[in-house]
Design a protein around this ligand. Structure first.
Ligand code: T5A
Length: 243
């Protein structure tokens, strides 16, 4: 069963704090679904995903909107989201594709709302206008201590060609702790849509936990096959605490 606004496609979002492993796990789930579902799989991200939204992403992550406060930032994330939905996500869902998106509206709730202090009523109104009926069928919330996620992001930066710490990663630890609480609260408030995955586990174990959640929550996604989508038939993996 898919959400009413997804037009025959399947919309899965990944959420969580900095460096929780969302990009890593999107790549892995996309490869699995491409191999096993027989349906096209689109991976994308927010902010960004479409050429115009990527331009807004650059400004947001450079901190250009920070002086104007969380409402202005939420408006810019929303502007990027409108273009992303109109030009990429809704057309793909309309073609029956599986869309895996790295962050979506829950990030606005957590970053600009719970951690940034923006009025929840404003967020609800904004989300209603911007997202409308295009709600995710499933949201995987990758949960770990903020210190761990920030350390992973820092290690990746030290090893690669990435630039300086971006506008949100640079926030104080207390901000990141509020984010974690916010994402867990979103999951608790919408248990039918959201599943919390223990992202502190090794990447293989997180992947196995995600496959198990997808198989359980979206049983029509993969053709029925003995043991399909179950992580406990794979030696060397352990279950996450998917809720
Ligand atoms: N934002 C976004 C808002 O404020 N409001 C909004 O509405 C939206 C949509 C986006 C920023 O914008 C904010 C949130 C963000 O601050 P971004 O660069 O896309 O910026 O930031 P993130 O989404 O946080 O992405 P990151 O790349 O930092 O983190 P990921 O994708 O969660 O982590 P990933 O997979 O890149 O992994 C990080 C490192 O850890 C390793 C990986 O190999 C990598 O090196 N790793 C693991 N190591 C050990 N064990 C595991 N299980 C591991 N999983 C990954």
């Amino acid at each position: 069963m898919t959400a009413p606004g997804t037009g025959g496609g399947t919309f899965i979002t990944f959420e969580g704090g900095e460096g929780a492993g969302k990009s890593t796990q999107i790549r892995r789930l996309a490869a699995h679904l491409r191999a096993e579902s027989g349906r096209p799989v689109l991976t994308t991200r927010e902010p960004g995903g479409s050429p115009k939204a990527e331009r807004i992403r650059e400004a947001l992550l450079a901190g250009l909107a920070k002086p104007y406060g969380p409402f202005a930032e939420a408006l810019l994330f929303s502007a990027a989201r409108i273009d992303h939905l109109d030009t990429l996500i809704r057309p793909a869902l309309g073609r029956g594709e599986i869309v895996l998106c790295d962050r979506f509206a829950d990030s606005t709730r957590a970053y600009q709302g719970a951690a940034g202090g923006l009025d929840p009523d404003v967020l609800v109104a904004l989300e209603g206008v911007v997202v409308g009926p295009t709600r995710p069928d499933l949201t995987l919330i990758l949960d770990c201590e903020p210190e761990l996620g920030l350390a992973r992001a820092q290690a990746r930066r030290a090893a690669g060609a990435e630039g300086a710490v971006d506008r949100f990663e640079a926030e104080a630890l207390a901000f990141h702790a509020r984010l974690r609480t916010a994402f867990r609260a979103i999951a608790a408030a919408e248990p039918g849509r959201c599943a919390v995955v223990n992202a502190a586990l090794p990447a293989d174990a997180v992947e196995a936990a995600i496959r198990a959640v997808v198989a359980e929550r979206l049983p029509g996604l993969l053709p029925a096959r003995a043991g399909h989508g179950r992580s406990d038939d794979r030696p060397g993996t352990e279950h996450g605490d998917a809720a």
